[in-house]
Design a protein around this ligand. Structure first.
Ligand code: C2O
Ligand code: CU
Ligand code: CU
Length: 517
């Protein structure tokens, strides 16, 4: 569509959000969602975006473990959406077009503050969804240091609100992290990777129809959208000038559908130190790093032997993943450039430790409940694809009612063609293994016949996860203890077009003794 010069603009670093007040008891923020115009590439006219505090990406929220954080989320957005709203989807048929609700992805919070898709609100809280109960959300931060992120979660339009720019980092820190002496300050940089497409006038392009178009619905959702341009922190193909030393990057795939498999060119090791929910037991040396939408990687990169060099962060993940169109080496196959051109400001005293924070495996024999979930797809009345979990749509009654404190194993069975990144709210879980099965046999008989032994998680996946890749033709087994809070949450595929239609289900954590099925 529009061809843009790569590595023209410096990487923006989103600012840290300032609280309205902070005292011994609590920290209070106000975050306004606003429309703004932002230059996403210096050859493009300013682009209309929706951002937290009018910024895309939103400001970084930093919290310490156990800090009581209160945030009043305010919607100051226009009444009309600037992206094509499909009014045949759940939540969009009647009621206001522009609805918002904020979810802190990866955090353990009470249900009233979790951003339930039907707890939405409009500008000035004039209209609210049936689950809306509060304007000020409470974040207890009672979990270990982790790279979390906040984003919109409004029913039926999450893909559009996030695409419009409603996403930001939330960095949770603790004392263990401080003791580790990792690169910090200007040497610790968040990287939000997203794809977008532009119209020639600089406006964001989002399709209003699938290819080929479906008769009878306009606009219509598509089975998944991937942009033709890659942005990091809201800039198209930016560059970052760095010193020859160690850096810590918090990498987040905030794309609707696109996976990234990244590596440095020329080759440079990536030391992964953390996953979605916190530190790994020990750093893992990687040549390449695979991130599905919503997954995060906390990494250390050492540029000390690269003085004067330019390194490109490349991507070779096909879209849809893993069997779709390969990334184009000239465009979507590139993400950003690192230029090791800054003089070393001082000796690099940061450290890549041998040990981080032990991740203790949840013993499989503790599991009291095992559940099977099949990633399903059917056609709707217009002939469009609807993605579902166990064939159930959002509106159907809750079928997952885990008891608080009880360990469960979930078997995610994918007999389809694309990988689904499955995300569960409130908890951090562990990957047990993945196992290939005979898909053709399964689709005929609904019976699992395994074609090879289970594959244990790679070292980089042996950490706390809240989003996990369920590859086609595999059963992905995860184990979790549910809680600490009871109440209504959700779980879903994090491909945003799937989440909106209709691969999301309610989840009710119940107290012990209550019926669990
Ligand atoms: Cu990041 Cu329910 O989402
Ligand atoms: Cu979440
Ligand atoms: Cu999916």
């Amino acid at each position: 569509m529009v061809s843009l010069k790569k590595y023209l603009d410096p990487l923006p670093i989103p600012p840290i959000l300032k609280p309205k007040y902070r005292n011994e008891k609590e920290t209070f923020y106000v975050v306004r969602m606003m429309q703004a115009y932002q230059t996403l590439h210096s050859e493009l006219p300013a682009t209309r975006i929706w951002g937290y505090e009018g910024m895309y990406p939103g400001p970084v929220i930093c919290a310490r473990k156990k800090e009581k954080v209160l945030i009043r989320w305010e919607n100051h957005l226009p009444e009309k959406h600037f992206l094509p709203v499909d009014k045949t989807l759940h939540g969009t048929m009647d009621g206001p077009e522009v609805r918002t609700v904020v979810h802190l992805h990866g955090a353990k919070v009470r249900p009233e503050s979790d951003g339930y898709p039907e707890a939405w609100f409009t500008n000035n809280y004039e209209q609210t969804g049936s689950y809306f109960s509060r304007r000020v959300y409470w974040y207890p931060n009672c979990q270990q240091a982790a790279t979390l992120w906040y984003h919109d979660h409004a029913l039926g339009i999450t893909r559009l609100n996030v695409y419009a720019g409603l996403a930001g980092f939330y960095l949770l820190r603790d004392s263990l992290e401080r003791k580790l002496n990792l690169p910090k300050g200007s040497y610790e940089i968040p990287l939000l990777i997203q794809d977008r497409s532009f119209n020639p006038d600089g406006s964001l392009f989002y399709p209003s129809q699938p290819e080929p178009p479906v008769p009878g619905v306009a606009p219509s959702i598509t089975p998944g959208f991937a942009g033709d341009v890659i942005l990091v922190n809201g800039k198209v193909w930016p560059f970052l000038a760095v010193e020859p030393r160690k850096y810590r990057f918090r990498i987040l795939n905030g794309s609707n559908q696109r996976f990234y498999r990244v590596r440095f060119d020329p080759e440079l090791p990536i030391y992964q130190i953390g996953t979605d929910g916190g530190f790994l037991s020990a750093p893992v040396k990687l040549e390449e790093l695979l991130l599905a939408p919503a997954e995060r990687a906390d990494v250390i990169v050492d540029f000390s032997d690269c003085k004067g060099k330019h390194l490109i962060l490349r991507n070779d993940a096909p879209v849809p993943f893993p069997t779709g169109t390969p990334a184009d080496p000239e465009t979507t196959g590139q993400i950003m450039e690192f230029r090791v051109v800054l003089p070393l400001k001082g000796k690099d005293v940061s450290f890549l430790p041998d040990q981080l924070c032990p991740v203790i495996p949840i013993p499989e024999n503790l599991a009291k409940v095992r559940r099977d979930f099949v990633m399903t797809v059917r056609r709707d009345q217009y002939g469009r694809l609807v993605f579902l979990l166990n064939g159930k749509s959002w509106q159907e009654p809750v079928t997952e009612k885990p008891q608080r404190g009880v360990v469960e194993i979930w078997n995610l069975i994918n007999p389809g063609f694309v990988a689904h990144p499955i995300h569960i709210h409130q908890i951090q879980f562990q990957l047990l293994n993945r196992q290939p099965f005979d898909v053709e046999h399964f689709n005929r008989t609904q019976e699992l016949v395994f074609t090879s032994p289970p594959v244990p998680p790679s070292p980089a996946e042996q950490g706390w996860k809240d989003t996990i890749r369920n590859n086609p033709g595999e059963v992905t087994r995860i184990i979790a203890r549910f809680g600490p809070y009871t109440g209504r949450y959700v779980w879903h595929c994090h491909l945003l077009e799937h989440e909106d239609y209709d691969m999301m289900r309610p989840l009710e954590v119940v107290s012990k003794g209550a019926a669990n099925r």
